[in-house]
Write a protein that binds this ligand. Structure first.
Ligand code: SAM
Ligand code: SF4
Length: 450
């Protein structure tokens, strides 16, 4: 009997990428994925960026305990930012948790899991930060065909945004060596991957920490990755506006593999709030970057992250945010009510906003964004584009096989293909025929498929 595992992931792309790595590693070691109820090992990869993260973890642990109560052997590995914060304390209240993997601890998981299976009374906790980028062997399942891959290029963050817990949970910035990044990208491309997304909490600060020696800066790294044979699309998340360099702007104009979509967190549109947040740019600088990027690449579109209701945010400050959102015309945004994170500078600020007011502002911002997003998506109808096919979608397909892919802007696009003709990783010219709320419909550009 093969041992079984189930993974639950909260949070950012880094967590998704970490969970994928652990799942691939376990599969290579003979584990099989299963439903939660049948799992011998449950991995819970946690996030502590926003609102009640510990409670979310505790309620997920309660759910896991109930779902697996018939199996006394089942144990839980708690990973990610909450694991980093709680550490061994979790063992006292949740006996099912036998492994704690902090931000740099994931690489120890495969061997630790083997030991825990052999020694039922053992518990292990890995919450030390490593001095340099914690390299892990790249585990690829033979024969797997995926169209896209995430590649981490740095860990941690050296900024001190007043609201943010990431520097505490993920440690100081440590860039990976450019060579290691290129080796991993090459391996993915050899398996048939066409699109790579470079990951880091402050991805365009790559190289600034000196941990990777005198390698290229971020724009230089992009050039080297873009030159790798087989790469069709290159993306990255999450950049910080203060680290967008002239070289990076030029790269958008020169590297055709670099997709014309940038997720550039704004956080607030008021200079007063940006200064209190410690973001180290102002509204004018952000708008200048948008102008320069559009000049370098006219089809460039932008998405962003915004926090509403930061301590002391006035109605006028909030209107500044609405104004800049309209001015930039973001294609989409993630917006959140400010929430206190333990130990951060904003937690100690006096002038907190009422929860109801934060929710009202969030609703106003989201209504504006929805209007902008719909207009942008509708404006795409009739456009020629290129889809990177990712997988057959689950929808019933009376008109053939339903496939989902993404366009260069990262928008999910659905299309119908003759049964058996689609393949993940294929780049397909299409014409956009319809806009849905968050996605598009398309037909093959030669009109042969509908
Ligand atoms: N490194 C990125 C940056 O500089 O924007 C993003 C990091 S954070 C993991 C993702 C998003 O969560 C942030 O962009 C911010 O909008 C949101 N966020 C972080 N801390 C928050 C807090 N205390 N309350 C509400 N939202 C928060
Ligand atoms: Fe948090 Fe700021 Fe670092 Fe982003 S740049 S992870 S918001 S501290």
């Amino acid at each position: 009997m093969h041992p079984t595992f189930h993974v639950i992931t909260f949070g950012c792309q880094m967590n998704v990428s970490d969970s994928d790595w652990l799942a691939r590693t376990l599969i290579r070691r003979g584990f099989v994925r299963s439903a939660l109820e049948e799992a011998e090992l449950v991995v819970l990869n946690s996030c502590s960026v926003r609102e009640k993260p510990e409670q979310k973890v505790y309620s997920a642990l309660g759910r896991i305990a109930r779902a697996t109560r018939h199996n006394a052997q089942t144990f839980v590995a708690l990973a990610g930012c909450v694991a980093q914060q709680i550490g061994e304390r979790i063992f006292d209240s949740f006996p099912q948790v036998r492994l704690v993997l902090g931000s740099d601890g994931l690489g120890f998981a495969p061997d630790a899991i083997e030991r825990l299976r052999a020694e039922p009374n053992l518990r292990l906790c890995f919450t030390d930060f490593s001095d340099s980028f914690a390299e892990r062997p790249l585990e690829i399942i033979p024969g797997s065909r995926q169209a896209t891959a995430f590649v981490s290029i740095m860990q941690g963050c050296g900024n001190c945004c007043a609201y943010c817990i990431v520097p505490a949970t993920r440690g100081r910035p440590r860039s990976r060596s450019a060579e290691a990044v290129l080796v991993e990208c090459r391996v993915w491309l050899e398996t048939g991957v066409k699109e790579i997304t470079l990951l880091g909490q402050n991805v365009n600060a790559f190289g600034q920490d000196g941990a990777a020696g005198d390698g290229p800066g971020f724009a230089g790294l992009l050039r080297r990755v873009a030159a790798l044979p087989g790469l069709a699309r290159l993306r990255f998340v999450t950049p910080h506006p203060k680290d967008v360099s002239p070289q990076l702007i030029r790269a958008f104009g020169e590297l055709e593999q670099l997709c014309p979509r940038l997720h550039l967190p704004l956080q607030a549109g008021s200079d007063r709030v940006l200064a209190r947040m410690g973001r180290k740019y102002d509204r004018a600088h952000y708008l200048k970057l948008i102008r320069l990027l559009r000049a370098a690449r006219p089809d460039m579109v932008f998405s962003t992250d915004i926090i509403v209701g930061f301590p002391g945010e006035s109605e006028e400050d909030f209107r500044d945010t609405l104004g800049i959102v309209e001015e930039v015309n973001f294609m989409s945004s993630f917006s959140f009510c400010y929430s206190d994170r333990p130990g951060t500078a904003a937690e100690r600020m006096p002038d907190k906003l009422d929860a109801q007011l934060k929710l009202e502002r969030l609703a106003r911002l989201q209504a504006l964004q929805e209007r902008l997003s719909i207009v942008w998506l509708q404006g795409r109808v009739g456009d020629e584009s290129v889809l990177l096919l990712e997988g057959a979608s689950r929808k019933a397909a009376s008109r053939g096989e339903a496939w989902q892919g993404r366009d260069p802007y990262g928008v999910p696009v659905n299309t119908f293909l003759p049964v058996g003709s689609g393949s993940s990783g294929v780049l397909m010219p299409v014409r956009i025929t319809e806009a849905k709320k968050h996605s598009l419909l398309a037909v093959s550009a030669d009109g042969g498929l509908a």
